[in-house]
Design a protein around this ligand. Structure first.
Ligand SMILES: [Ca+2]
Ligand SMILES: [Ca+2]
Length: 273
């Protein structure tokens, strides 16, 4: 195979790069409203990029999927919460949540996170287990739509759950451990009311999470499938530091094309010619 001179190789690379449509979002932290890493042993859980620090109601800590996780006990009625705020309120917009959870028990209807109380006029959004199966519900003020995952969770294992609302497509979706998403119709957007945001409980229904919750994120946009794959990170999750540095984004995109910001790989590509 004929080797291209060095600068011809660079020119070929740059031409390829310019010809490739770049993704609309360059970084996992774009439009990231809140991210709770749950590193604290107790007390207030800090929102790293945002201002939605969560008030503690006796949640403790254990080793998580990345650093520490919040350790919630259903028998002790533990949870974290925040009063209504525009950051945590939706309306008819695109948004995506991620959570990592490790249930200690899977029974009943334990709530992972929610905003607004039960009932069509007050439900904003809620993620819970229906028995052992994750279910994602959003309300528009008059009714709710639900997406149920296809498989059951097992106590003692970590799971990455990503769930969203797509305003243009009038659709909601959920995926667990980077599996093929389950999507379905939802119209009328998501109710923006005055309910509290609660992590690890639906206090109005006395439904409490039993187990660990880690690396909770809220984006006011729909994540791409490749971004969900990056966040899953082969079952290891990502720290906020890795997300914000871009270090987690693969340098080789489809077809052997090198994304911007990988100069070391540029020379590997040129050298391979
Ligand atoms: Ca953590
Ligand atoms: Ca609101």
């Amino acid at each position: 195979m004929t080797r291209l001179p060095f600068f011809s190789g660079v020119a070929v690379y740059l031409a390829l790069l310019l010809a490739i449509p770049q993704p609309a979002y360059a970084a996992l932290t774009d439009n990231l409203v809140s991210f709770w890493e749950m590193e604290e042993a107790s007390g207030t859980r800090v929102d790293t990029p945002g201002t939605m620090d969560l008030t503690d109601h006796s949640v403790t800590s254990q080793a998580g999927i990345q650093g520490n996780a919040g350790d919630f006990e259903a028998s002790s009625l533990t949870y974290l919460d925040h009063v209504d705020d525009p950051d945590l309120s939706m309306g008819d917009i695109d948004f995506t949540f991620q959570v990592w959870v490790k249930p200690e028990t899977v029974t009943g209807f334990p709530v992972i996170l929610k905003k607004g109380n039960a009932g069509n006029s007050t439900r904003e959004y809620i993620l819970f287990l229906d028995g052992a199966t994750p279910q994602w519900q959003v309300g528009n003020g008059t009714g709710t739509s639900q997406r149920q995952w296809s498989g059951a969770l097992t106590a003692g294992n970590w799971y990455h759950i990503v769930f969203w609302h797509d305003a243009a497509a009038n659709e909601t979706g959920i995926t667990v451990n980077n599996g093929t998403p389950i999507t379905g119709p939802h119209s009328g957007g998501v109710l923006d009311a005055s309910g509290a945001f609660q992590l690890g409980a639906g206090v109005d229904q006395s439904l409490y999470w039993d187990g660990l919750i880690d690396q909770v994120g809220l984006w006011k946009r729909k994540l791409t499938s490749s971004e969900i794959t990056e966040l899953y990170n082969s079952g290891n999750g990502l720290s906020y530091a890795a997300m914000s540095s871009g270090a987690a984004t693969p340098c080789v995109i489809g077809g052997g094309i090198i994304r911007p910001g990988c100069p070391g790989d540029l020379f590997l590509l040129v050298g391979a010619r």
